[in-house]
Design a protein around this ligand. Structure first.
Ligand code: BGC
Length: 506
């Protein structure tokens, strides 16, 4: 059974518990994995808009970019340039599957260490790259790091967190993703002035969060759940006492033991996931990640500088605008941390869908009217587009961003939680890959209509959040079936009848 869920039996099911210094420090160290992930998301867009980088690896794009009569929307359309960005996610899908087994057999800590080593080697190869092949090999290694890290880190944090802090600590992982993106944007802004090797500094900078995670993960404890799951009962008990800061951990210890025993009885969680009664969680948990990516967020994260240059901004103004949107991303994620347990998930998702819809449509209309094939957008409108992008990013950051990870982690019962979360992670990577690979081509062929394409998705996901998603705020994760799914007007039918739990298949 792959063990890659966000919420494990440890922190997941025990009420109460203090937030000790140990838990906080271990969570922050682990969340460096988010920093690694975020750094990568943010760095590629800026680097691919730097002339020195284009000249060296993508001379065709460089020439097109500077050709006066070149179609605005197609300046950057190049399959290899897109492959540079997207190859990482392809590697991450494969790596996350491998990591899920390593995570279970050898522990979360070791998986994190492996992630940081992959990441470190990838960063070094990228910084030293002499040709496209080296660049892609580096990206693939970074992808392996992201796959390993994203599998182990959220699981690690959730397993050590006391239940009543799990949501907040979970969103801290997302917060560090956004911090990583911001740092990358700032670094790109600085290195774009270092000719001709600034891009090497940007790509090599990925080594810093990797080293931090490597050193940090040598010092933190393994999760009690992982130790107990692997039969190391005494060690597990010691680790539990250490992270809880007390010897009084009997109830939680018993609960972890019980949960791991129950989980062992399920011979195949993937088979269990095919039961009729697992269908609501599987559909919602997976589709939310598809929706997260089809908001179009990574168009902004990967290609904002390229997009701003498409509108006629200079290289510096484009990178600076990316810094502004990166900052908004971080601050708005804080909003999610403070509102998600008060206002609930659904209201955030629906409100943000409306906000993102307005932003995408207005962006599409503005570009359709003001950005023709070969002109520059009037400067007032260009600033308006930066505002729209920021408005869009803010909405995403307090809703579909963090909740895309949180919801799949809290809607499954323990026996299918790991396997179910695997679908969420891999769907995220797959959709990220698709968007990274096709966006520049879409922009070239569909032009401003690209933004209406994403708008249509946003309408669908807003309706889905409003009508199909149960509210999970404040419900202990082990009571989710009873209190959320069985009460939902649509999904309750999947729980009707005694035999439903036995039925397999769709
Ligand atoms: C998404 C990433 C995205 C990031 C932006 C994450 O939740 O999974 O694809 O780039 O948020 O902050």
């Amino acid at each position: 059974m792959p063990a890659m869920a966000v919420a494990g039996p440890g922190g997941g099911s025990v009420d109460g518990g203090k937030l000790t210094g140990q838990v906080l420090v271990c969570s922050i160290i682990a969340a460096f994995g988010g920093l690694m992930f975020g750094y990568d998301i943010g760095i590629s867009g800026g680097v691919t808009s730097m002339d020195d980088f284009l000249l060296k690896f993508f001379p065709g794009v460089y020439v097109r970019k500077h050709r006066a009569k070149q179609n605005n929307y197609c300046k950057f359309n190049d399959q290899y340039l897109q492959l540079f960005t997207s190859s990482l996610y392809l590697a991450a899908i494969v790596a996350s599957l491998v990591a899920s087994f390593i995570c279970k057999k050898l522990g979360r800590r070791l998986t994190m260490q492996a992630a940081s080593i992959f990441f470190l080697i990838g960063a070094i190869i990228n910084a030293a790259a002499r040709d496209l092949a080296m660049l892609i090999v580096g990206r693939l290694l970074l992808g392996a790091g992201v796959g390993f890290g994203n599998q182990a880190v959220p699981l690690f944090i959730s397993e050590i967190a006391p239940a009543n802090y799990r949501g907040g600590l979970n969103i801290c992982f997302q917060l560090l993703i956004t911090v990583g993106i911001l740092i990358a944007n700032v670094i790109n802004y600085g290195t774009s002035r270092l000719h001709p090797n600034g891009w090497r500094v940007s790509l090599g900078g990925a080594a810093i969060p990797a080293i931090a995670l490597l050193i940090g993960s040598l010092t933190i404890v393994e999760t009690p759940t992982s130790l107990i799951e692997r039969g190391k009962l005494d060690e597990g008990l010691r680790a539990l006492k250490k992270i809880r800061g007390t010897d009084n951990v009997d109830t939680e210890y018993e609960e972890i033991l019980h949960a791991t025993e129950m989980a062992k009885k399920v011979d195949s969680p993937f088979k269990s996931l095919m039961k009729r009664s697992s269908r609501p969680q599987l559909i919602c948990g997976t589709i939310i990640q598809i929706f997260q990516q089809f908001t179009g967020i990574n168009v902004i994260m990967f290609y904002a500088p390229v997009l701003f240059q498409t509108m006629g901004f200079g290289s510096n103004a484009s990178l600076l605008s990316a810094v502004v949107t990166g900052l908004i991303n971080v601050v708005s994620t804080l909003v999610a941390i403070f509102t998600v347990d008060r206002c609930g998930r659904k209201i955030l998702l629906v409100e943000a869908a409306i906000q993102m819809l307005v932003a995408q449509c207005t962006m599409g209309i503005t570009l359709a009217i003001h950005l023709k094939s070969t002109n520059e957008i009037p400067s007032g409108y260009a600033i308006f587009v930066v505002f729209l992008v920021s408005f869009f990013v803010a909405g995403f950051a307090w809703s579909w961003g963090p909740l895309g990870w949180l919801i799949p982690s809290e809607i499954y019962p323990l026996e299918t939680r790991s396997a179910g979360f695997f679908f969420a992670v891999s769907m995220n990577m797959l959709c990220t890959f698709l968007i990274a690979q096709v966006f520049l081509t879409m922009l070239c062929t569909m032009r401003s209509a690209t933004f209406f394409f994403f708008s249509a998705w946003i309408v669908v996901m807003g309706c889905f959040a409003a009508f199909m998603l149960p509210e999970t705020k404040g419900i202990p994760i082990d009571e989710m079936n009873e209190r959320a799914w069985r009460k939902h007007w649509f999904w309750k039918r999947y729980f009707e009848g005694e035999d439903d739990n036995q039925k397999v298949g769709f």
